[in-house]
Design a protein around this ligand. Structure first.
Ligand code: SF4
Length: 356
């Protein structure tokens, strides 16, 4: 087994071994082999915060709806959000559409292959720039996501994680020194694939790993020590109350605002401070929306999660005492209508309706 010095010096051999393994073992994913920058970009955006199995059907459906960057640039935001509904992190969809519009307006519809120009587009961070430009344009730029960070930390026995700035800087620097001039996109994907399928967080399969000859953590017999464990962000328990108001098969929904779910629709709901009465909070909310309604607990609750928040929503039924006003934020919708972008909570509430 090479010593530490030869391990560092043997990057070309490591690259050859990993690329050979990638050629023979990569999973057949729908975006693999793609050089169309729009498709590569879409897949990279979808795969941020979303697992491959979840993203795959959305990727196909989204491309059917918006097959080109121009079609995405022309689309209404509501239609893009509808195609994204269920994937979460809707800011990604809004920014991708915004970026497509800028590419059409300022770059003649061609995705810029200059890192400085591409990085100026909405939602494009260092990871997305590295992934899209290396895969679609052979630009030798590194990528660093959770999988790659774990692989690099182990390869070099580097006590660094993406969770703290110094570690992130060290890992980006290492990723940049390793990325080759030839096949940089395949190299980046090989690192991601290794992290996803072999060098997994728990029980990495070092025996079958194409990089084991160059892996410092493996040589030291200390794979479990890398990357170092850091404190996870604590899960926050949240109480919420939501009211289901129906009329002739339709459900009253309100347009969400805020950074995560803006533009999506869901039944009126409110977050409850500790010991705050759900009835009082809902009465105040409904009055604020100009609604007069009698409400009663439905006797059930819905549990769901958004990022680090574990949310339990008490469901209430409401009957309007007067027709609702017509502010832009309120709407009657058929929850089965695929053109309506509902939140995950709204879909769960809709499933509770009689006959749903
Ligand atoms: S030898 Fe083990 S720890 Fe090292 S890169 Fe391969 S799977 Fe990861």
């Amino acid at each position: 087994m090479p010593d530490d010095a030869s391990r560092v010096a043997s990057d070309p051999a490591l690259r050859r071994a990993l690329l050979r393994w990638y050629d023979g073992h990569r999973r057949a994913l729908p975006w693999r082999g793609q050089r169309d920058p729009y498709r590569v970009w879409l897949s990279e955006v979808m795969l941020q915060q979303t697992r491959v199995a979840t993203a795959t059907p959305y990727y196909h459906a989204f491309l059917e709806r918006f097959p080109t960057l121009e079609s995405l640039a022309r689309a209404r935001e509501a239609d893009v959000l509808t195609a994204w509904a269920g994937l979460g992190y809707y800011r990604r969809a809004r920014q991708l559409r915004e970026a497509a519009r800028l590419v059409v307006r300022e770059h003649g519809g061609r995705v810029p292959d200059e890192p400085a120009a591409f990085a100026l587009l909405p939602g494009v961070g260092r990871y997305t720039a590295g992934a899209v430009l290396s895969i679609a344009f052979d630009r030798p730029l590194p990528v660093l996501d959770g999988n790659v960070a774990r692989v690099l930390s182990r390869l070099r026995a580097l006590r660094a994680t993406l969770r703290e700035p110094r570690g992130a800087r060290a890992l980006w620097a290492l990723a940049a020194t390793l990325v080759p001039a030839r096949r940089p996109g395949d190299w980046n994907q090989a690192l991601m694939e290794l992290g996803a399928t072999v060098c997994t967080p728990r029980a990495p399969r070092c025996g079958g790993c194409p990089a084991s000859r160059w892996c410092s953590a493996f040589a030291l017999g200390r794979v479990a020590a890398f990357p170092p464990v850091t404190a996870r962000r604590a899960v926050e328990k949240v109480r919420q109350a939501v009211v289901l108001i129906e009329r002739r098969g339709r459900m009253l929904v309100v347009r969400r605002e805020g950074p995560l779910l803006a533009g999506l629709w869901e039944p009126p709901g409110v977050e409850l401070a500790p010991r705050r009465s759900a009835r009082r909070a809902l009465d105040t909310l409904l009055a604020g929306l100009g609604l007069r309604a009698r409400i009663a607990p439905a006797g059930t609750s819905i549990r769901y999660a958004i990022t680090h928040r574990d949310i339990t929503a008490e469901v209430w039924h409401g009957v309007l005492a007067a027709p609702p006003p017509r502010p832009a934020r309120l709407r009657w919708v058929d929850p089965r209508d695929p053109a309506v972008a509902l939140t995950a909570l709204a879909k769960k509430v809709a499933a509770l309706r009689a006959g749903a």
